[in-house]
Design a protein around this ligand. Sequence first.
Ligand code: PNS
Length: 167
Amino acid sequence: MTDNTPKVAVCPGSYDPVTNGHLDIITRASRTFDKVVVGVVNQPIRKKKTLFSAEERIAFIEDATSHLGNVEVQAFYTLLVEFARDNGARAIVKGLRAISDFEYENEMAQLNSKLDSEIESIYVFARPEYSFLSSTGVKEMATFNGDVSDLVPAPVAAALADRLGRS
Ligand code: PNS
């Protein structure tokens, strides 16, 4: 029997702010799944306060993905597996950059599987040119007026300079 249910994936994250590495993973997921829901966590538990509000983080991603017809962006306030279930998603898709990501992502994947074994965590290897790229690194560069223009979308680079740049 053919299963005609649309294949939906969620791409969760803090996205504070979104980088070109995140956008590469979202784009690649959008080619593999019928629909991708980017889940922007409202306030990450394991991190200090975000630089950008959830509304700002969502607007940056919406702007950068507007050309992709099957991607939508939502804030979420719940467990990730609940957010996935609410959106009819059976897959959580995340990027993996280096071995240093593995420990944290392995824990996340195991916890999510314990909470809902029907939802599969799928990891996509970051492209080499993005394997060093993180939101934290970009914020640090912007703080010291470093050039981040080829690491994040233009509106994000402008917002970072505005909020963090030292005159
Ligand atoms: O970009 P990040 O900061 O690595 O993303 C972390 C995120 C949003 C994936 C994670 O904090 C998350 O899933 N938060 C929701 C709460 C949850 O379900 N945690 C995992 C199981 S306890």
